[in-house]
Design a binder for this molecule. Structure first.
Ligand code: NAP
Ligand code: GLV
Length: 307
């Protein structure tokens, strides 16, 4: 079996070692090297020439949950399945991050950090949890895990997705009810894929539909939000602020207004880091199924404009 590997990251050697351990009979080429044919490709942010070279592969495995880097870069070879990572250790990390962001905002820890810096002893009255709705924009593999992690805290929870969800304790809104959903969110947590349908979804118009004092958490992709519109709504006082892990341009340029804005807390795309061991285990199991003629999950649905 011929495997073609490429990552735009700096941890390629670790991936190749893990792939060789999990699939000892495979011949692994690292792009731009390649064998006569490619049975499977494992890639992260491949260049356009590599995408063209994948025609004829039985499946291409994306080394992340989001496939937007591939969807945007070039025409996809017809008939080749694109398979994304499903959880592979990321759901637990995302639940940790979002739980922290929600509790930090609800318990006003940022305000206490500012008070401590000024040596001010000021006990705040506390917020009413019943009015503190937390909304999940996108509730797929990762969002569902995050919702379950937040359930025990007792916030009113809601989600927005293409299809209706039946998650006990989480009110479900479908795409045509975005305005109603946003109006219920004191904290909006974005966990959508970046697609043609979702790019720029959070703009001045939609962010203004959040209640006064709402807070935005984005752990999905930066381009889901129009960054200047977010800043304008925080500066106008309509939004309380945002915790952001992802940005339209990464690394976030040093001159970007987000870095020093008092309403913004940011991290460098570390919310849910890909685990090489768990990802390779998942991919190797899927390759075994494909080889046995069995169906696999995680195949990206091009009918939903992911590509
Ligand atoms: P997923 O399982 O595909 O879930 C996506 C969710 O978004 C689903 O609930 C889907 O609705 C909904 N959705 C998609 N398009 C929509 C649309 N046009 N309108 C309304 N709802 C829509 O994806 P996942 O595995 O949870 O991952 C989500 C995203 O997280 C990834 O795409 C990636 O960008 C991001 N991510 C970030 C990090 C990080 O470190 N910051 C790490 C991993 C992943 P249905 O359920 O109805 O289909
Ligand atoms: C990371 O952002 C991923 O999509 O896996």
């Amino acid at each position: 079996m011929n495997i073609l590997f490429y990552t735009a990251g700096d941890n390629g050697a670790g991936w190749v070692e893990a792939i060789a351990r999990a699939l000892p009979h495979a011949r692994i080429s690292v792009w731009p090297q390649r064998g006569a044919s490619v049975d499977y490709a494992l890639v992260w942010k491949p260049p356009p020439a590599l995408i063209a070279a994948m025609s004829g592969a039985r499946a291409v495995f994306n080394l992340g949950a989001g496939v937007d880097a591939i969807a945007e870069s070039s025409a996809w070879p017809a008939g080749v399945s694109l398979v994304r990572l499903e959880d592979a250790g990321m759901a637990e990390q995302m639940a940790e991050y979002v739980t922290y962001a929600v509790l930090r905002r609800y318990r006003e820890f940022a305000a206490y950090e500012v008070a401590q810096a000024a040596a001010v002893w000021n006990a705040r009255p506390g917020l009413d949890k019943r009015t503190f709705g937390v909304g999940f924009l996108g509730i797929g593999v990762l969002g569902t895990h995050v919702a379950h992690a937040l359930l025990p805290f007792g916030f009113p929870l809601a989600c927005w997705s293409r299809t209706t969800k039946d998650i006990p304790g989480v009110s479900s809104f479908t795409a045509d009810r975005l305005e109603l959903f946003l109006a219920s969110c004191r904290i909006l947590v974005c966990m959508l894929p970046l697609t043609r349908a979702t790019r720029g979804l959070l703009s001045r118009d939609t962010l203004a539909q959040l209640p006064h004092g709402a807070y935005v958490v984005n752990v999905a992709r930066g381009a889901l939000i129009v960054e200047n519109d977010l800043l304008a709504l925080i500066d106008s006082g309509h939004l309380a602020g945002a915790m952001l892990d992802v940005f339209e341009n990464e690394p976030l340029p040093a001159v970007h207004a987000f870095w020093h804005h008092p309403g913004i807390t940011l991290t460098p795309h570390i919310c849910a880091v890909t685990s090489i061991a768990q990802s390779v285990e998942q991919i190797a199991a899927k390759i075994s199924r494909v080889e046995a003629g069995l169906a696999i999950s995680g195949v990206v649905d091009s009918g939903h404009a992911y590509l």
